[in-house]
Design a protein around this ligand. Structure first.
Ligand SMILES: NC(=O)c1ccc[n+]([C@@H]2O[C@H](COP(=O)([O-])OP(=O)(O)OC[C@H]3O[C@@H](n4cnc5c(N)ncnc54)[C@H](OP(=O)(O)O)[C@@H]3O)[C@@H](O)[C@H]2O)c1
Length: 275
């Protein structure tokens, strides 16, 4: 039996994209799950699939933009499994659009889903983890939060906030038995918010699969790393360059095709706006 087997996890964003891949990987490692999202039908389907194994699978619907639902979500998860040892903040919201065209309500939903919900769910579940000297908070951040993402600036800003928060908390919780990890995927192919756009990113920017992201989550649980990057291309050098010269990093990103590619993803919105 591995160290993870028998632990209990709350997974947000379990209804689509990368979430079900993470759920399957965790269940395969013997982790009991509370699956969460807004779409109850998807939660029912995934729980029926995973219940055929030996793990306990429960579901809890919640809208993460509703701050008043977060206490209930955490309470229902603890009630369902007895305790939550692992919180996986996976749910996220992204829109590729020129910032001046992004609806204020969408900006607000992005901040609530990508930052406020992970921070508050952690705040609710952390005291019990600290009391047991055991726990792990894993958050799906993004390369977009480490290297900037033109035309996805609200998304990028929230993911940068999530990354810095996670690293701060990782430092703060050293020696407590509670671990913190930010997982930073690049463009994810096959399923998820980027794959739905139906266009491949330039090869020079790299990519990864939902399976690789799920593997990174399992790897995180076996280590005490504050951050795991998931991308087919080495991106640390670009991050180092950005810390020395944001302008040089932006120019290099431009040369690699980032700006042009993301601009091209806004085209359907521009067309719709002109019709
Ligand atoms: N896909 C990529 O290329 C990529 C790259 C880097 C990082 N990431 C990060 O990886 C995570 C998963 O991404 P993904 O591609 O799987 O996204 P996705 O396919 O769009 O799925 C998003 C998930 O979040 C849930 N969600 C969204 N808004 C919610 C809300 N208000 N309340 C509750 N749940 C909500 C959705 O469930 P319901 O609709 O059922 O509520 C869904 O399960 C995100 O944090 C994302 O930022 C993705």
């Amino acid at each position: 039996m591995n160290q993870m087997s028998g632990k209990n996890a709350l997974l947000t964003g379990a209804t689509g994209g990368i979430g079900p891949h993470i759920a399957r990987a965790l269940a395969a490692n013997g982790i009991n799950l509370v699956l969460s999202g807004r779409r109850a039908d998807r939660l029912r389907e995934l729980s029926a699939e995973l219940r055929s194994g030996s793990v306990r699978i429960e579901t809890a619907t919640a809208d993460l933009t509703r701050v008043d639902e977060l206490e209930d979500l955490a309470g229902n998860a603890v009630g369902a499994l007895g305790q939550i040892d692992i919180l996986i903040n996976n749910a996220g919201l992204e829109e590729i659009v020129p910032y001046q065209r992004q609806e204020p309500a969408q900006i607000q939903a992005t901040v609530l889903t990508n930052v406020m919900a992970p921070l508050l769910l952690t705040r609710i579940l952390l005291p019990a983890m600290l009391a047991r000297s055991d726990g792990h908070i894993i958050s799906l951040a993004s390369m977009a939060g480490r290297l900037a993402m033109p035309f996805g600036s609200a998304y990028s800003g929230t993911k940068a906030a999530l990354s810095e928060w996670a690293l701060s908390l990782w430092m703060e919780l050293q020696g407590t038995g509670v671990k913190v990890t930010a997982i930073c995927p690049g463009f994810v192919t096959g399923s998820g918010m980027f794959a739905r756009k139906g266009r491949d990113a330039p090869g020079s920017l790299g990519s990864c699969t939902p399976g690789q992201v799920a593997e990174a989550v399992v790897k995180a649980l076996q280590s005490n790393k504050p951050e795991i990057l998931v991308n087919s291309m080495p991106v640390r050098p670009l991050m180092v360059l950005k810390s020395i010269s944001p302008v040089a990093a932006a120019r290099l990103g431009d040369k690699l095709g980032l700006l042009e590619f993301l601009r091209s993803l806004t085209k359907p919105a521009e067309k719709a706006a002109s019709e």
